[in-house]
Write a protein that binds this ligand. Sequence first.
Ligand SMILES: NC(=O)c1ccc[n+]([C@@H]2O[C@H](COP(=O)([O-])OP(=O)(O)OC[C@H]3O[C@@H](n4cnc5c(N)ncnc54)[C@H](OP(=O)(O)O)[C@@H]3O)[C@@H](O)[C@H]2O)c1
Length: 228
Amino acid sequence: MKIFIIGITGGVGGQVARKLREQGDDVAGLVRREEQKGELAEFGAVGHVGDLTNGSARALADMIGDAETIVFSAGAGGGSREAIAAIDRDGVIKAIEAAHLAKVQRFVLVSVFPEAWRDRFEGDGFEYYIRMKKQADVALSRSGLDWVILRPAALQDYSGRGTIALGPAEIHEQVSREDVATTLAAVVHETGISRQILELNAGDTPVSEAIRAAVRDTTRAGEDSRGS
Ligand SMILES: NC(=O)c1ccc[n+]([C@@H]2O[C@H](COP(=O)([O-])OP(=O)(O)OC[C@H]3O[C@@H](n4cnc5c(N)ncnc54)[C@H](OP(=O)(O)O)[C@@H]3O)[C@@H](O)[C@H]2O)c1
C-alpha cells in the first residue's frame, strides 16, 4: 500500500514510517527541510519538502500523488497559539482538502483525549490545544472520507510493550510512542476500522488482537437494525 505521512519526521510519525516500510509498504511524507529527505531515504521512504502552514492544499495534493492512505501525526508540540491553530487544526483541514483533491479516501488522524491532563491544570495554552485538536476531529468526521481518529494517551519515549488498551472509550494515562506507531501501522491496513474514534492507552491486549476487536461488525449492526 502507498501511504503518505504528514509528521513523518516526528516521534510517532518516524516510527510509523519505519514499521510500514518493514511491512513492505511504499512510504512518503512531508518534510520541512531538504536534509530530512536523506534521513528518510536511509530506510526507503521518500520526503517531499513543504510546510503545512504556508503551502496550498493543491501543492500538498500533488505531493500525496497516488497514495492510498494519509496518516496525519504532525503537531505544533506546545508552540504558540498561532502555530497550534495552524498545524493541529488548520493543517488537518488543509490535509483533508488535499485528500479530496488527490482522491485519497482513507485518512488516519492522530488526535488527543479531550480530557487529557485536566487534573494537572496545564493552563490556557493547553486548553487551546485541546480545543484545536477537537475541531480537527470534527472536521475529519464530517469530511466524507474513510476516516479513523486515534486518540493516544500521554506519549512516552520508552520501548513499546506490543500490548495496548484500544476502544471507543479508554482511561487516559500514558502510552509509548512505539506502541502508538505499531497500532497506527495496523489501523492503516485494517479497512474494517472506519469512521471510528478509538482511544489508546497502555494495556495488556496484544495489538493485533485489539485491532481485530475494534473492527466494526457491520453484519451484526444490520441485524440489529432489522430488530433481530
Ligand atoms: N505529547 C503527547 O503526550 C501527545 C498526546 C496525545 C496526542 N499527541 C499528538 O500526537 C501527535 C504526534 O506527536 P509526536 O510526539 O510524534 O510529535 P512530534 O515529535 O513533535 O512531531 C511533530 C511532527 O509535526 C511536524 N510539523 C510541525 N510543524 C509542521 C509544519 N508547519 N509543517 C509540516 N510539518 C510540521 C514536525 O516536523 P519537523 O520535524 O520539521 O519539526 C514533526 O514531523 C501530535 O499530533 C500530537 O499533538 C501528543
